[in-house]
Ligand binder design. Sequence first.
Ligand code: FEO
Ligand code: CA
Ligand code: CA
Ligand code: CA
Length: 716
Amino acid sequence: MEQSNPQGKLLIGADDCNNSNNESFNNVLSERLSRRDMMKMSAGLIGATMFGSFMSGCNDEATPLASSAAAAALLAFTPVAKNLNDVVTVADGYTAKVLYRLGDPIKVGISDYANDGTNTGDFESRSGDCHDGMTYFGLKSNNSGYDHNNSTNGLLCINHEYINQTYLHTVAEVAAINNASRVASQVDKEMAAHGVAVIQVSNSSTGFALDKTSKYNRRVTATTPMELRGAASGSAYTKTLYSTDGRATRGTVNNCANGYTPWGTYLTCEENWNGYFTADVRTGKELVAFNRYGLKTSSRYGWESVYPQWKATVSAADATADYRNVANTFGYNVEIDPFNPTSTPIKRTAMGRFAHEGAWPAKATAGKPVVFYMGDDSRGEYIYKYVSTQVWNPADANGGLATGSKYLDNGTLYVAKFNANGTGIWLKLDISEPAIATYATYAFADVSDVAIHTRIAADARGATKMDRPEWGGVHPTTGEVYMTLTNNSDRAKTGKPGLDEANPRYYADGSSKGNVNGHIIRWKESEPSATTFVWDIYLFGAQSAVDAGGDNAYYQANVNISGLTADNDFSSADGLWFSEATSGLMWIQTDDGAYTDTTNCMMLAALPGSVNDGATTAIKSLAVPTNVNADQTVTTRVGAKPTATKLKRFLVGPVECEITGIAETPDGKTIFVNVQHPGEDGTTTALTSNWPDGGTARPRSSTIVITKNDGGIVGS
Ligand code: FEO
Ligand code: CA
Ligand code: CA
Ligand code: CA
């Protein structure tokens, strides 16, 4: 999700925060001179039964999972057509059911959700809002601890990224919201509807269901106590009235995508956390830092009007007596042990502080470092990699948070530079690097300063400004890394980064300009801890046909560069995830606002090839008023165009939703998918979606369960 904050005012400057000078069009141009090498949910929804199937209108009655189904060829299903229906449409032969909706109770003794804004006081025992990244952890047969192979009984860790106030409160309450003086009970509900849920789910003849009696069921919210570990812990920058030694904080917010560790813990990643705080105008380094991280003088929800912990302002004699530093305790990856419901989550500051989309692990290899790839989702931000100092010992496979401290508190953080010639380099972010130690814009003091102000250190190293890095994934057989670049309305805008080979396209589509539909980049390393790579662009999002009146020949060559068809065209890839039960099935999920005149957001299945399997391609961008006033051509490497059997649309979601978050059982026969913010543009009195409950119900973000009716692998 990209957060807008129309009420907020940046301390200084515009609403994207990367004004560093690195990787401008001019220096990329000079580098190019040396290039040579290089349900059936098609259905009206039925009822509000908690695990109701949504299958009217088709014959895909749910069948029990067959255990003996052989894996058919992948992507054998018929593509789903684009549509604007207020349902989840899945490919023929598949069934989708709703598992877990906003407000659903996760504990016994909690009432059914009224879904009219009246539920209050018990949201710590209910599903939060805006379901996002998600991981399935199998349970051992004795219901204790991690079993990577259990496909019938497990824990789902689910992010609840943010809230839609419109549907969380009553009609009268929504009308009366005033960020300058919020009502405490409403703020309490909103804070409790954020964070993460851990829920136990078990399969039976009727499919997966939530077990409300489970001892593991738990909510982590915007008020849960957290430890800080790694370089930022105990620093002068993290001391607050709550934690005078700077080693703790309360809450996690805007938990977007996710990750998981080889030792059976969950990573939840703090994305647009800056919008939750009000800040004052500071001086010197603090002002540079606050602007670089987009802190503003007003907040998204006004929680600070009730609770001072959301006020990053100077109000007392020193930092241990107010919350001037509280924003420095957000922006991290947070590790949660789902198997230990009373454990305190830990913010792993060695993995850097930015708008963390997610953290995607390379395959763990004994004797090698543990590696995670990460994206910073804002316009013009960077791609990062964390490499642990300790090498992987398979004996740590069930070690919980103590093992996390071994691998995630000491390591090297790198940022990516994509060279024009198709090579790339991971630039180390360390105070010992001369470019960081002597950076004129910001005088780094020590390692904690670098850990907290990761973006500024990356500026100093000259990283490549990307078109909003979202999800990444590591191909299970090739080890190549894929990352979505969802879109960038700033690309080539006056005063913003120009084109480069890794971000080579701008154009107009209706009122949208820039890199409207986004692309997916990929790279190959000799091993995950390598400091160099080679890269190309796997896939460009685009509508398959030019809009009426457009120049189709130009469009197909320069916008629909990957040759998408009606069966697989998409816009703004966000989620990207490799099934582990198959050898290379990749899922792509969209969070789009450009092609939504034609279709709701969707999920596609892909079988990608490998880096440099395509052709060197010249891409011509035409002048777009308010972005650039001149045509430009960039020549870059584009992956082989996907054939009809290599990329297919599998699912289309309901009205105004985003499809985001995916997990699978280890056998690949069940996937869990999140439908976020259906009907997000509606109002309490004019709903635009009634999904999933139907009738006149308010829409609810939900987790759905998808199975193949013949019991086979999902995606076959
Ligand atoms: Fe929360 Fe970058 O999507
Ligand atoms: Ca969204
Ligand atoms: Ca996302
Ligand atoms: Ca269009």
